[in-house]
Design a protein around this ligand. Structure first.
Ligand SMILES: [Zn+2]
Length: 130
């Protein structure tokens, strides 16, 4: 499952500061369920252990793959594959839907590369269906 398209809209809202408090987009909750890693702390709102982190990656050098959710292991691999990309960490509580952008940082090995050649993906199929 891939949620790249919906995610962009949600993130855009996050970065404008319009998303906080307990109103996580259903999309964000689904992403937390399928791609999230459990945070090692409790939700600041409901105090339950249902806080998950999502790591979104953005960057020109990622090409069409910019905007994807990546695991820690994948981030380590990407550090050696790309010169520079930004990671946004979004916390989502699956219990009370609280969510917020908790951190952002830059990774990469500093070598500028061209984005990968565009390939046809399932997302393209999504576009056709809409
Ligand atoms: Zn909560």
């Amino acid at each position: 499952m891939d949620y790249t398209l919906d995610k962009r809209a949600t993130l855009a809202a996050l970065f404008r500061g319009k998303v906080d408090a307990c109103d996580a987009d259903p999309y964000l909750l689904k992403a937390a369920k399928f791609h999230g890693t459990r945070a090692d702390r409790k939700c600041p709102v409901c105090k339950k252990s249902s806080l998950f982190e999502l790591r979104y990656t953005f960057g020109d050098q990622l090409g069409q793959y910019s905007g994807r959710i990546k695991s820690d292991d994948e981030l380590v691999e990407m550090e050696n594959e790309f010169g520079e990309f930004r990671v946004y960490v979004v916390e989502v509580c699956r219990e009370c839907s609280w969510n917020h952008l908790s951190a952002s940082f830059i990774l990469g090995d500093g070598q500028t590369r061209k984005p990968p050649r565009r390939q046809r993906t399932l997302e393209d199929e999504d576009w056709v269906r809409r």
